[in-house]
Each structure stands twice: as structure tokens, then as C-alpha cells.
Design a protein around this ligand. Sequence first.
Ligand SMILES: [Zn+2]
Length: 167
Amino acid sequence: MYVGKKHTAVRSAEVERTFTCKGCGYASPVRVVGIGEGTGQSPYFLDGDGARRRADDEAGTRALEDAEVVLAIVPCPKCDQRDPEAARAFKTKGLLATVGLLAFGCAIGAVLAVLMSHRSGSMGLVFGVGTGVLSAGAGIYVDRTKRRATWDGAILRVTFLREGDGG
Ligand SMILES: [Zn+2]
């Protein structure tokens, strides 16, 4: 059992970039908001300040990375197209994360099944596999929900600063 405290932090970051649509060529300076989460451990409740700082740093770094992802997949305000390459990369990453979480869940399930079946036979097997499937399912659900929020909400996190667009 882990003795200590896990600190979590959520931070947002704002970056200024230039958006250029590969479809119609529309270009505009933009302000992009990224959101990141970070965690830091303080084992045995020591170094709480350090853990908080690590959580904060990680959240800040992830927020900046998130802003770049959002900028890459935001639909063009002019023609409503997303960069097909960035969109594909985003979806591939999501798929890989799902496969990874599934593999992780299978590994947990297999280990628990072996451990538990030694003690309590087939019930242990069911429990072990069930735990693996549940943890994978929960992880995949959370991951996919976050990715969908980024995909659908990208447009809300980008402010197009180009002036004089009669449209
Ligand atoms: Zn466009």
C-alpha cells in the first residue's frame, strides 16, 4: 500500500500563434487556451511543497502542449475544415491510448487472476479478470471523454484576432 499524498494541479496556459488553414488559406493571429493536469507524489507525507510544485509544473507543461494540440485541430472559421493530417494524428493518438489502456487492463486482470485463483479458485479468476476489465473500461472512458471535449471544444478555446473580416 502506498503511504503518502498525491497532489494534483490543473493549470491553463495562453499562447499566441498564427493560424493558417490548409484548405482555404485563411490566416489569422490567434490566442489559444490550453488546459493541463499534473500530479506530484509526496511519499510518507514528506516534501509536500515539492510535490505541489511538481504537480504545478507538470500541469503548466501539459497546458502548453494542450494549446498546440487545440491549435492543430481547430476547425477553420472560414471554411469549417480541420487540418486533415492533424485530425488523423489526433485520432490515431486516441486509438493508441485506448489500445494501451486495454493492454494495461488485461495485464492487471491476468496478474490478479493468477494471484487470486491460487487462493480462491475460479471465483478469484473471475474477480481478477473483472477488475482488469473494469479498470481498463474506466480509464478508456475518461480518456475518450477528455479527447472528445478537446475535439469538440477546440473552437471555443481559440480566439481569432484578425480584424476587418467582412466575411
Ligand atoms: Zn479554411
